[in-house]
Design a protein around this ligand. Structure first.
Ligand code: SAM
Length: 344
C-alpha cells in the first residue's frame, strides 16, 4: 500500500497490539491537520422501509414480514427538509430500502423539488443499486452525493451475507458508475459481521484504496432478531462480543483516517447504539461527520435495521441538539456549511 502504513502494521493495530493510544492520537492529528475540529452535519431522511432485497443481516429485508412498511410522500419529505434547513442543515441524505415504487421519474421529481427550494444544500442519495442511466438522471436532477456501502470486498464473504441474486461485481460497478458521473461517493461496511476476519478488512481497505471514495461509512454489525443472521447468531453466538466489535470499529475508523486523510467519515448511529458514547469515541478516533435523524418521529421505529436502534423517539431539533452536545463533549465543533470533501 502507498499510505505509509503497511498491511502488517494495520493488522497489528486492528488486533489491538497497536498500541491503541498511538493509533488514535495519530488519527486525531491527521484529522485536525485536514479538518481542524470541524464536524459536519448531515440530515438523514429515512423515506421508505420497503425493500426488494433480502440481505441476511438487515431488518428491513423483504422477507421480514413482521415489519410495518411505510413510505413518505413528497410533501412529507419536503417538510423534513424545511425543518432541517431551519435547524442549520445544509445536506439532506435521502436513504431508503430498494423500493421499486420510487421510479426514476418519482425520485427525480423529489430531488429536483428539493434542489429548487434549497439550491445552497447538497442532496445525498442512499437508495442502493440502480442503473447507470438512473444515477445519471438523478445527478441531472440535482443529487451530488451517493452513499452505497460495498459491504464486503471479498466475494466469499459477500456471498455469505447476501442471497445469490445480489452480486458484488454489480455493487462495485455501481460505485464506479457513480464516480464517473461526478458524484461524491461513499462506500463502507459493517464491522464484526458474522464470518468477517481481519484479513477481510484488509481486502476492504485495498478496495477502498482503488476506489478512492470521498466518504467512508462504517459501523458495527448489530443483530436484528427477525433476520437469518440474527436468528443464527442468537443460537450459536457467532461473531464478536459487543466490546470487541466497538473496539474494532474504533480502530478501523482510525486506520481509515490515516489512510484517507481527506475523507468524510461519519460517527454512525450504529456506533451510538452499541455504546451510549460510541459516537463521541468515533469522533475521537477520526470521524468528522454526524447524521442526526430528520425523519418524522412516527415512522422512526419502522426503519429498524437492527435491534434497539437509538434516536427513534426524538424530534429533529432534539436529535440535533443532543448531537451538538455530544460533539462538544468530545472536543469538536459542529459546522453547518455544506461540507464538501477536501481535495484528495
Ligand atoms: N438500500 C440502501 C443500500 O443498500 O445502500 C440504503 C439502506 S441500507 C439499510 C443502509 C446500510 O445499513 C447498509 O449499507 C448496511 O451496511 C446497514 N445495515 C443494515 N443492517 C444492518 C445491521 N444489522 N447492523 C448494522 N448495519 C446494518
Amino acid at each position: 500500500m502507498e499510505t505509509g502504513i503497511s498491511d502488517s502494521k494495520i493488522l497489528q493495530f486492528l488486533s489491538g497490539k497497536g498500541p491503541d493510544e498511538e493509533l488514535f492520537a495519530e488519527a486525531d492529528r491527521i484529522r485536525r491537520e485536514n479538518y481542524g475540529d470541524a464536524v459536519y452535519l448531515r440530515g438523514l431522511i429515512e423515506f421508505t422501509n420497503y425493500c426488494k432485497n433480502n440481505c441476511y443481516y438487515c431488518g428491513i429485508r423483504a422477507g421480514n414480514t413482521r415489519l410495518d412498511r411505510y413510505r413518505l410522500d413528497q410533501e412529507t419529505i419536503l417538510e423534513c427538509c424545511r425543518t432541517g434547513y431551519a435547524l442549520g442543515f445544509r445536506t439532506f441524505v435521502l436513504q431508503g430500502g430498494e423500493d421499486p415504487f420510487f421510479t426514476d421519474d418519482r425520485l427525480c421529481g423529489i430531488v429536483s423539488e428539493i434542489h429548487g427550494r434549497y439550491p445552497d444544500c447538497a442532496i445525498t442519495l442512499s437508495v442502493g443499486e440502480r442503473s447507470r442511466e438512473s444515477y445519471q438522471r438523478l445527478f441531472n436532477a440535482g443529487a451530488r452525493r451517493y452513499l452505497l456501502r460495498h459491504e464486503a470486498a471479498s466475494a466469499d464473504l459477500y456471498r455469505t451475507l447476501h442471497p445469490a441474486e445480489m452480486i458484488l461485481a454489480n455493487r462495485k460497478r455501481c460505485l464506479y458508475d457513480l464516480k464517473e458521473i461526478g458524484y461524491q461517493v461513499g462506500a463502507g461496511l459493517m464491522v464484526g459481521a458474522p464470518g468477517q476476519t481481519l484479513e477481510h478488512l484488509i481486502e476492504d481497505l485495498h478496495f477502498l484504496q482503488r476506489l478512492q471514495p470521498d466518504m467512508i461509512g462504517i459501523g458495527p454489525y448489530l443483530r436484528h432478531a427477525d433476520t437469518p443472521l440474527g436468528r443464527s447468531s442468537a443460537s450459536c453466538a457467532q461473531g464478536l462480543e459487543k466490546s470487541q466489535k466497538l473496539q474494532l470499529t474504533l480502530r478501523l475508523l482510525a486506520v481509515l483516517r490515516i489512510m484517507f486523510p481527506y475523507a468524510l467519515i461519519p460517527a454512525t448511529t450504529a456506533l451510538g447504539t452499541i455504546e451510549h458514547n460510541g459516537r463521541e469515541l468515533g469522533l475521537k478516533a477520526g470521524a468528522n461527520v454526524v447524521m442526526p435523524n430528520l425523519s418524522p418521529v412516527d415512522v422512526r421505529e419502522q426503519y429498524e435495521l437492527y435491534d434497539n436502534k437509538i434516536c427513534t423517539g426524538e424530534e429533529s431539533a432534539q436529535c440535533r441538539s443532543c448531537l451538538e452536545l455530544r460533539v462538544m463533549s468530545a472536543g469538536y465543533r459542529i459546522v453547518t456549511d455544506i461540507g464538501d470533501v477536501k481535495c484528495h
